[in-house]
Design a protein around this ligand. Sequence first.
Ligand SMILES: [Zn+2]
Ligand SMILES: [Zn+2]
Length: 310
Amino acid sequence: MRFELTILGSNSAIPANHRFPSAQVLNVMDRLYLIDCGEGTQMRMTEYQVRRNRIHQIFISHLHGDHVYGLVGLLTTMNLNGRKEKMQLFSPAGLREFLESQFFYSQVVLAYELEFHVVDDQRHQLLFEDGVVEVYSIPLEHRIPSTGFLFREKQRQRNIQPTAITEYGLSIPQIEAVKRGEAVTVADGRIIANASITLPPYRSRSYAYCSDTCYLPQLQHLLRGVDLLYHETTFLHDMVDQAVKTKHSTALQAATLARDAGVGQLLMGHYSSRYKELSPLLEEARSDFPNSVLGREGGQYSDAPEREAL
Ligand SMILES: [Zn+2]
Ligand SMILES: [Zn+2]
């Protein structure tokens, strides 16, 4: 029962130091959600064997190039590969115009539909839901409208005890009903109480993506208790003036927010190209929030280990 994030790009502004600009893919039970799409995203997808045809939603935080310049290429490749399914895109205003002008001058007509959803960067609201997750916006503050994304796994089903299946000779529809929490009537007419043959569902997991943004202490309420928080750590704190000026965050600020919000783990990223070596950023974050880790391209992160699903 996967809930796993793969980093495809971790640098800010430009590709440098063997790092590509921002892109991530979240896998929730084999549904893939792409978050930002900087230059190089396609190459990383190939390298890490990310299955493009499993992506049906793309979440773009803002329209700075290091978060979106990979998108026109990716969407075109999907077209060349014969994609027919609709793609839903969530972003602050302007993405439609941004993409359509490129397709217009390249004379590209996609054979599949792009469905644009404009996100209000000032509000925290439900943007999308499917069978496994709900996705909410997180209001951020940057030089242009920017939004974060909070993924919350939906309430999961109860776990049926394997011995009950053979003991009562349960059919597939009965097993499904039991997982939904229903009692079941077995062949001899007995009604079996749900609680007697199930265990509580696994804990639902959550992931928050906050990039790009200046330090916003008030986000601690909205981020309270999330399992995994990705927060940009563009600078070391000795460059806090630069961070304030460019509306970015320092490693220390991200760690302080992680600590105040009581998250499970802080995942760092969006590193300035001036940092070839990232360990000073990690040390700084850990000084305030020990469970901080560096986001590395190809790295997979999940801070919600769980028992094996039945
Ligand atoms: Zn950026
Ligand atoms: Zn930016």
